[in-house]
Design a binder for this molecule. Structure first.
Ligand code: NAP
Length: 293
């Protein structure tokens, strides 16, 4: 079994971006700038956004963090988005999800100029991805593609089974794996809550990608010998031995599944760290006007 080390891969990608930013600076070019809007004080969201800002600092991007109480109105948020759309200093920005219930998330996402939508959630970017046009790819599936690529894992003609069909992970992942580019060219099955006999499908997977949020859902008897297993799941479970009081668990029963795999991602340290690296990649692409010209 080989470990797919997301932490190391993420560091490598961020080092590559930092070198490119240094070169841009040396030539007197514009330094990429990422803005993030954070609503409320949810512990997970605060940590994610802080990590994104820290990553910007580390690699030499400019960054701004815009915070609102969870009482902010939809109108206030839309006004700020409009401001960022028109701010030439800001190359790309994100609105950290989830948003409070009184705010219409779809409306917020659609208000972002697709050219600055470095999360890749705007329907224009989703549509362009499906059509195979240049687009900002959502960070988590893009990170998984990077892992497959950098570990030189063969995907052509393989059977890829994706468990979970969310808009941010499962669905784009299934589309990208079926595309005629590398990594891709796979035959894809997508499973969800209403899939009958989940083990029947997972057992056929040469590449199994799981994004559900149910710790330990995938057990060893559900995995084919020699499969590549990518575990996106990150669920906080109580752990009194930790200072934080919790630890992260994946959707895959790592200890028992690892013995059967050719490659597997750990949780934490697998897919998670790549998400930030891919957000930085999208921001660099935005600054270089690579996607929309
Ligand atoms: P989500 O929106 O809750 O979607 C979960 C998906 O799993 C849904 O499509 C659901 O099916 C499916 N599902 C639920 N129970 C199932 C079952 N028993 N069998 C088969 N499918 C089942 O979740 P998400 O946003 O994609 O996130 C999934 C996990 O990945 C979470 O743990 C999240 O924290 C993690 N995540 C990690 C990263 C990262 O590491 N960077 C990024 C994003 C997400 P239905 O559609 O039928 O309801």
């Amino acid at each position: 079994m080989n470990l797919l080390d997301g932490k190391k891969t993420s560091e490598t990608i961020q080092d590559e971006i930092a070198a490119e930013v240094a070169a841009i600076k040396e030539k007197g070019g514009k330094v990429p700038h990422l803005a993030a809007i954070l609503v409320g004080n949810d512990g997970g969201s605060v940590t994610y956004v802080n990590n994104k800002v820290l990553a910007c600092e580390r690699i030499g991007f400019g960054s701004s963090l815009i915070r609102y109480e969870d009482t902010v109105t939809e109108e206030e948020l839309l006004t700020k988005i409009n401001e960022l759309n028109n701010d030439n200093e800001v190359d790309g920005f994100i609105v950290q999800l989830p948003l409070p219930k009184h705010i219409n998330t779809e409306k917020v996402i659609e208000a972002i100029n697709p050219k600055k939508d470095v999360d890749g959630f705007h329907p224009t970017n989703v549509g362009r991805m499906v059509a195979g046009l240049p687009a900002y790819l959502p960070a988590t599936p893009a990170g998984i593609l990077q892992l497959l690529k950098r570990y030189e894992i063969e995907t052509k003609g393989k059977h890829c089974v994706v468990v979970g069909r969310s808009n941010i992970v499962g669905t784009p992942m299934s589309i990208l794996m079926s595309k005629c580019t590398y990594p891709g060219e796979a035959t894809v099955t997508i499973c969800h809550r209403n899939t009958v006999n989940l083990p029947f499908h997972t057992l056929q997977a040469d590449i199994l990608i799981v994004a559900v949020g149910k710790p330990g859902l995938i057990t060893a008897d559900m995995v084919k010998e020699g499969a590549v297993v990518i575990d996106v799941g990150t669920t906080r479970v109580p752990d009194a031995t930790r200072k934080s009081g919790f630890r992260l668990r994946g959707d895959v029963d790592f200890e028992n599944v690892a013995e059967k795999c050719s490659y597997i991602t750990p949780v934490p340290g697998g897919v998670g760290p790549l998400t930030i690296a891919m957000l930085m990649t999208n921001t660099l692409r935005a600054a270089k006007k690579e996607v929309y010209g």
